[in-house]
Design a protein around this ligand. Structure first.
Ligand code: SF4
Length: 324
């Protein structure tokens, strides 16, 4: 095995002390400066919204670019500013407001989450990892992100962007797709800055700035296929660049699925037709449904799956509508 293969194997495994090939303090300083000078001014950042607003932004941003999320998040929070308001909203309104964010089951899971927060936590998001993880639709990433970004807790946030930046900059190799390995988790924890007794606003704490800045760098500069190393604030320290960017562009993650002709497209067509009904109309009759997609076998399969997911109701006669 050459060095790159050795490092890949270590990152995939259980090692708790992978060799770091660069100066972590210098990278932390450079990234913090870059974050303060360049970050996108999104409405859920810098303490401008509630912890619930941060959670909504994180759920919406899964699978959807943050820039696209802004108008949806803004309208959503105006309409349902807290968990109690969302918990009372009709499902049909929630599905309609989710618009083209994609993966609309997330909207219903968020509403279920709102129910639990409103009923079991008096409309305040809980502040422990285990309680957050137990909420409907909330996984490790979202629980950690809310603890760090909303509450200022010191916790390693691990998503695809962060894994890519850490493995490139500190270990000098490409990251992998799939679930984070124990070694990657250990690396993220080890690199998380100490907050010490820093007396600053919660969103300015070193660990919070670190999580946000590494994630932002991965989203905007150190992208998967075409990292902008010439514009990167940590180019001087980056082990991957120093090594000649070995394996850049190698497909380690699943190739992106085509959309045209997929069940996702057909499900989207049905939901969009329901969302677009004129005021006062709630039902698409069977004839209108059949005009949406030529292949009626695929169409019916998708309608059945939307019904199973609770996103639509099938009516006698084959019409459909959004649930109440
Ligand atoms: S120098 Fe290039 S590879 Fe290294 S962190 Fe910056 S953008 Fe990523």
């Amino acid at each position: 095995m050459n060095d790159t293969n050795t490092m890949h194997a270590a990152l995939r495994g259980n090692a708790t002390t992978i060799a770091i090939e660069t100066d972590a303090d210098e990278i932390e300083t450079a990234l913090a400066q870059w974050w303060h000078d360049n970050t996108r001014d999104l409405p859920w950042r810098f303490g401008r919204t509630t912890p619930w607003g941060v959670l909504v932004s994180e759920v919406m941003s899964q699978q959807t670019q943050m820039g696209r999320v802004v108008p949806y998040w803004t309208a959503w929070m105006e309409r349902w500013p807290d968990a109690a308001a969302l918990a009372e909203a009709p499902k049909s309104d929630v599905i309609t407001a989710w618009g083209r964010l994609g993966y609309p089951r997330r909207a219903l899971r968020l509403r279920e989450c709102a129910h639990v927060v409103a009923c079991d936590y008096a409309d305040e998001l809980p502040r422990t990892y285990d309680e957050l993880l137990a909420l409907p639709g909330i996984g490790d990433y979202t629980a950690s992100a809310v603890l760090s970004f909303a509450f200022g807790e010191r916790i390693a946030v691990i998503d695809t962007n962060i894994r890519r930046v850490l493995s490139r900059a500190f270990v000098g190799v490409e990251s992998f797709g799939g679930a984070a390995s124990p070694a990657e988790r250990a690396l993220a924890k080890r690199l998380l800055p100490d907050d010490g007794f820093a007396k600053c606003r919660r969103f300015d704490r070193p660990s919070v700035v670190w999580n946000q800045s590494v994630m932002e760098l991965g989203a905007t500069v150190c992208t998967a296929k075409s990292p902008l190393c010439d514009a990167c604030p940590i180019a001087a320290q980056c082990a991957f660049l120093r090594n000649g960017r070995p394996g850049l562009g190698e497909r380690r993650t699943r190739p992106r699925q085509r959309f045209q002709g997929t069940d996702r497209q057909v499900r989207g067509l049905v939901l969009n037709a329901l969302r677009g009904l004129p005021d006062g109309e709630t039902t698409l009759d069977r004839g209108s449904v059949e005009k949406l997609w030529k292949d009626h076998v695929q169409l019916d399969k998708c309608i059945a799956s939307l019904d199973e997911d609770g996103l639509i109701e099938i009516l006698p006669g084959g019409g459909v509508r959004l649930p109440d």
